[in-house]
Each structure stands twice: as structure tokens, then as C-alpha cells.
Design a protein around this ligand. Structure first.
Ligand SMILES: [Zn+2]
Length: 264
């Protein structure tokens, strides 16, 4: 049996319930017809030129991403900007797009739990609990054994396959670690309130780093992309499992995404 776009939407709404998304977000089915058949599905962090190219090459009928393919309202869809050109490419090639953004960040088993597991954190709790109480952004947990910031930074690089991380050293051993995939510097206060000694996130600006370090919190910028990429394989596995259990034969592919920022 072949799944339709609507079937995938139902599966994704189950994995990352849209009501967990932040109010400002834009999640769910953003491009495509619900009734179209999906023989092949691609999972990716972003709808980027390289991802759309792979989707077209593999003739997929749907892409599931973390970052919304449409975020700000659009007034035109032409090939004059790269984002709108990608939307056109998807529409013209009959590729539907579903995006699960902060819904996937918040949900148990989503972006932040996968990241916490990669870091080896135990007894993890939600860092910023959502109004519903069941989930929320960020996680905080303990390392099995305390280590120096230097050793922990090496571990972060290894598990996230990064050439480097940027570190703000507050002079503390690493034991209780807060994490937030993507741009999580807004949660420095929550990390401190949770008693964390170290915070791993991405997109850390100068003043946020000052705020962390001078408040006694080590901070590690492991990049926005680096902290979110790990969820993609897990998400693809979970979609594939649900497709199989529903009796659908849709093939699930994982896009190959290169690091947008590289070390020279
Ligand atoms: Zn993100």
C-alpha cells in the first residue's frame, strides 16, 4: 500500500504534535497536495539547494524537514531569491514539504532528547517546560562522571562530528549539563536556575557568552546546525517504523547535508 501526503502528515503530527510548537512558529504541511502518493520520502534539516537537488535526483514526492520551508509570509514566488526558487522547484517537481520545527524541539524523543543522549546525559529533565507540562525546550542532565571542560569539549566535538567548538570557560568542572539544540542562548537563565555548570547550544553571541561565563556557567557553542543534525537520522528511523507498522511501502531516505560553516 502506498502512503499519501496526508498519511505522512498524520504520522508526523504523531511524532511531533503541532500544538507543541511555539506560537511564532510555522509547522506542519507547508507545500503540497494531501492526496498525492508518496513512494519516496526524504528527511533533512533544511530545504536547501543541495537537499532539493538530491530530492529531485532520487525522485522523492515529499521532504520532511526540521526548519520550516516557509517561515515569514511570502508575497511572491519567483526564482529571484534562493528560498523562493526552492519553493518553486518543490512545487514544479510535485514535492510536498512538511516541517516540524519547535514541535520537534519540544517533544520527548525529539531534537533535544537526541542531543542529550549523544552527550551521554543521564536523568535528563526538560529545561524550559512548555505550558502543557509534558515537554518543552532544552534538557538538563548529569554526566556519568564529572570531567574537565577541555575533555568535555573534545567529547562534544567527537559525538557531533565537528572540527571545533567555541568555548566560554567559567572555570567549572563539567557535571550537570544543560543543552538546547539550535539557537538556545535565550535559555542561559534557565540553565543557571537548573543548577547546570555547563550549557551546550548554538549561535552564541558575544554578550550571551559574557552573561553565561560571568554568571558561572561554562558555555559551548557547538553550532546551530551541529546540534540539530543528530535528530535527522532518528526521525527518519521513526517515520520508517511507523510507515511499516501501518503497512505502507514508502521508502525513507536521509539527505546528505554539508556543514554550511566550515573551519579553514
Ligand atoms: Zn534550528
Amino acid at each position: 500500500m502506498e502512503a499519501t501526503v496526508n498519511d505522512i502528515v498524520k504520522i508526523m503530527d504523531g511524532i511531533a504534535p503541532p500544538d507543541l510548537a511555539e506560537a511564532w512558529d510555522n509547522v506542519g504541511l507547508l507545500v503540497g497536495r494531501g492526496s498525492s502518493a508518496v513512494k519516496k520520502l526524504m528527511v533533512a534539516l533544511d530545504v536547501s539547494p543541495e537537499v532539493v537537488e538530491q530530492a529531485m535526483e532520487h525522485k522523492v514526492q515529499m521532504i520532511v524537514t526540521h526548519h520550516p520551508v516557509i517561515f515569514d509570509p511570502i508575497k511572491k514566488m519567483t526564482d529571484r531569491t534562493w528560498q523562493h526558487k526552492l519553493l518553486l522547484d518543490c512545487a514544479e517537481n510535485k514535492i510536498a514539504v512538511y516541517s516540524a520545527h519547535t514541535s520537534l524541539d519540544s517533544v520527548l524523543g525529539g531534537v533535544n532528547d537526541v542531543l542529550a543522549e549523544k552527550m551521554g546525559l543521564l536523568h535528563t529533565e526538560v529545561l524550559a517546560t512548555a505550558a502543557s507540562g509534558a515537554a518543552g525546550l532544552g534538557r538538563v542532565g548529569h554526566l556519568p562522571k564529572a570531567m574537565t571542560l577541555q575533555d568535555f569539549a573534545e567529547k562534544v566535538k567527537a559525538v557531533l562530528q565537528l572540527e571545533k567548538v567555541t568555548v566560554g570557560d567559567a572555570g567549572r568542572m563539567v557535571d550537570k549539563v544543560a543543552i538546547c539544540g539550535g539557537a538556545g542562548a535565550d535559555f542561559i537563565g534557565e540553565a543557571l536556575a537548573a543548577g547546570a555548570d555547563t550549557f551546550v547550544t548554538g549561535d552564541v553571541k558575544y554578550h550571551a557568552a559574557q552573561q553565561a561565563v560571568y554568571s558561572g556557567l561554562n558555555i559551548i557553542d557547538a553550532t546551530h546546525q551541529g546540534t540539530e543534525l543528530p535528530v535527522i537520522n532518528t526521525l527518519a528511523d521513526r517515520i520508517a517504523l511507523r510507515l511499516t507498522s501501518c503497512g505502507f511501502r514508502t521508502q525513507v531516505l536521509v539527505a546528505k547535508e554539508s556543514k554550511i560553516l566550515q573551519c579553514l
